[in-house]
Design a protein around this ligand. Sequence first.
Ligand code: ADP
Ligand code: ASP
Ligand code: MG
Length: 439
Amino acid sequence: MRVLKFGGTSVGSPERMQAVAAIINDSHRKIVVLSAVTGTTNVLVEIGDKLAEGNKAGAVAVIENLYEHYKKFIATLYKSESSLEKGKAVIDKQFAVIRSLVDVPTTVIEQRILVAQGELISTQLFHHFLTEMGRKSVLLPALEMVKIDDDNEPILSFIEEKLTALLAQHNDCDLFITQGYICRNPKGEIDNLKRGGSDYTGTLLGAAINAEEIQIWTDIDGMHNNDPRIVKRTFPVREVSFNEAAELAYFGAKILHPTCIRPAQDRNVPVKLLNTMEPSAEGTVITNNVSDRAVTAIAAKDNITVIKIKSTRMLLAHGFLRKVFEVFEKYKTPIDVITTSEVALSMTIDETSNLEAILVELEQYGVVEVEQEQSIICIVGNFSPEKSGIILNLLTCLKDIPFRMISSGGSKYNTTIVLKTIYKVEALNALNEGLFEWK
Ligand code: ADP
Ligand code: ASP
Ligand code: MG
């Protein structure tokens, strides 16, 4: 069995939905995970923000605009009057949920219900489209299968149990459709796997059923060696290892959700990155295979905050690091990059909702400085201790660009640089020119 995930642009228009129907039209038994129609989640976030600010009129205008968009969408998607009616019933039902949130106080719970509507709409519309084409499919409710724990981590054993039971009810069916991104939390409320989370749903479901492979279909021909939105010339990397892909995703390669690789890696299920716009293109395959390339790819992550703490005593004095890390643990704030000297410690975080409280507590242990608007650049490749020369090449590329931190040796797969975001584009382009073989 396979799991195929299609992102927002892949279901972004009636034509694209038709293209997806063609891609899934083979004899493999499969689960198809869909994102919301492109742009929808952003608009739902905007509606939630307007409601939270008390701007009801603004929210209603955006809601009705989105509703009109979907009315046009279904008018083009379906041929028959009866399918159009089913599509209309879907959008009316989900927009009734959206409209019902206008007159109640807006908390994070209502905002999560709002942003869940995109995937609920796209999957039902697609299901009715397949039915119109004569293709039998079963809708699986992600809200009954995907659950996160108190730390917002998906519970794979729960997913496995629920998914297996649901599939067993439909032994005669070979095509299942479900929502990416959405889930329930331990309180039973509607929640989500964070932006871009449909990739994560895809790999979680794939791991849960030990799928033969997981395919992530998007709008580009695989994982590129650098961010194609910023860097002038990039190329697709055909094979990437799980470890490399996990580092690239975590440190900003937008093509993959930051933590989606782990479930596939744990169960050794290959992940393919494929292009809906060009289904026959080779794409990228992510497996356990390790190549001996010096550098595989580069990714970057913005909105990074550097916190430096200078100890009044010797830094590595017994217990100091533990006390510092306990502060971050208390506020459930992950630290990404760390560098140390004898008396000082620099750390990066990207989750800053508890920054003030963290700083107050850290001040007990030393002098604290904060720098914002920083970026992490992650260079993924073979940095094993037996290899020499890569760091020299890397630093040569950056010879004219100031940077704040460099961390290497944490894993043999990556080296990270932290610099001011204003230098990011220049640094990515310089590394791109200097670290890859250009024929
Ligand atoms: P989807 O909606 O299908 O999930 P995303 O927009 O989340 O698609 O991810 C695909 C986009 O990721 C590409 O269009 C590309 O602009 C961007 N991207 C950033 N870094 C990379 C990279 N290293 N390789 C490929 N695409 C990347
Ligand atoms: N629709 C969600 C988002 O835009 C999830 C996803 O597309 O992966 O973030
Ligand atoms: Mg995405």
